[in-house]
Write a protein that binds this ligand. Structure first.
Ligand code: KDG
Length: 365
């Protein structure tokens, strides 16, 4: 199977060549361990299902993501590895990589297309130039609840999107959860768009996210996730927005004293396989990867949701000043961002937006 030389790029700040750096690195690793220790990950579900008969060959799959080792996403990869290795009777070995060790989102997607990497699971946001329909997930306040997100992604709309994204050298086999995004910054508390005036906010490389923060009065800068911690630490940007679990697992709270619980966008992760890898696998193993991706997604969503509130409390206890918006304050953000739907309706497709919003109606009863 594919062999590639890990680039071992990390999202940690560039190590300085001094004793203090080594000590800082030691403290960081201890802190990250304590962070992982403090927030217990839910146990893996038992691996169910029979051993799958293959073609007698052995396969090695390299699966790379951008989030860190203590993220819910990486926990999901460890479960995926457990399922695939156990149900292939170890004829398929899965090597998992985190912190963009083998490249960031866009580099990993390119590596899948080239056949130099086997799997990755990026957010849909940086992929909208390849798949414009993914931009629907970047519309502000699209999904009122996580359960509605699941209903759309696991239903006809989400399954058709996986089929439509199985092209350009990629095979899309599942969804998992990045989650609801929260704003953090280094300057001051944010309770309304007026507080965002001129704030330099890093966004994913996605035109709707840029539009959102410009509309709110901030000064947005697109940037890969792998560069974000250093940019925050060096003050290149004042703020960023990510789910609570990413804020803690990537240690953004160490350089971002303020947070506002905006829940402004729900981002999914999409599980992708290189088409070159896929075509080498017997159909029985292709189905095994599909089944494992679904089980990984279900488990990872559970981990993400169980840990979300726990981690928000841990961040508060660690001294992060978290502003929890009132419904009236949220309504101001929603009102200010309503024009984004009109701006992007034609590009995304009004039918898709209308279908998702119809699915997203919260039962009044
Ligand atoms: O690989 C990590 C990214 O897919 C994910 O963190 C995207 O939320 C994201 C961000 O802010 O870049």
């Amino acid at each position: 199977m594919t062999t590639i030389t890990p680039s071992h790029r990390s999202t940690r700040p560039r190590a300085r060549s001094s004793l203090t750096t080594l000590m800082a690195a030691a403290v960081l690793s201890l802190t990250s361990l304590s962070a992982v220790a403090a927030t217990e990950m839910p146990p893996f579900p038992d691996v169910t299902g029979d051993v799958v008969k293959g073609d007698g060959n052995d396969y090695n799959i390299k699966f790379n993501i951008g989030l860190t080792q203590s993220s819910a996403q990486y926990r999901g990869l460890e479960y995926f590895k457990k399922i695939v290795e156990q149900r292939s009777d170890n004829h398929i070995k899965v090597q998992t990589f985190h912190s963009a060790q083998l490249g960031d989102d866009l580099q990993s997607v390119s590596a899948l297309q080239a056949g130099t990497l086997d799997m990755t699971a990026p957010s849909t946001s940086p992929m909208v130039s390849m798949f414009p329909q993914f931009a629907v997930f970047d519309l502000p306040f699209l999904f009122p609840t996580p359960e509605i997100a699941d209903k759309v992604l696991d239903g006809d709309i989400g399954q058709q999107m996986l089929k439509d994204a199985s092209t350009k050298g990629l095979v899309a086999i599942g969804w998992s959860e990045n989650g609801y995004r929260q704003l953090t910054n280094s300057e001051h508390a944010v309770t309304s768009p007026a507080d965002l005036d001129g704030l330099k906010v890093r966004t994913m490389q996605n035109p709707i996210h840029l539009d959102i923060w410009r509309t709110l009065g901030a000064n947005p800068t697109p940037m890969s996730f792998a560069e974000l911690f250093t940019a925050l630490e060096q003050g290149v940007v004042d703020g960023q927005e990510n789910p609570w679990i990413t804020i803690e697992s990537s240690k953004f709270n160490e350089v971002q004293p303020y947070a506002t619980e905006t829940n402004h966008v729900y981002t999914p992760f999409i599980t992708l396989v290189s088409e070159r890898t896929w075509k080498r696998l017997p159909e029985s193993y292709q189905q095994l990867l599909r089944d494992a991706a679904k089980q990984m997604g279900d488990y990872e969503r559970h981990v993400s949701r169980v840990m979300n509130d726990q981690i928000k409390q841990e961040l508060k206890d660690d001294g992060m000043k978290i502003t929890e918006l009132t419904p009236e304050q949220v309504a101001v953000f929603q009102k200010d961002l309503a024009p984004v739907y009109d701006d992007w309706r034609e590009k995304i497709g009004g039918d898709l937006i209308d279908r998702i919003r119809a699915e997203s109606k919260v039962d009044s009863k």
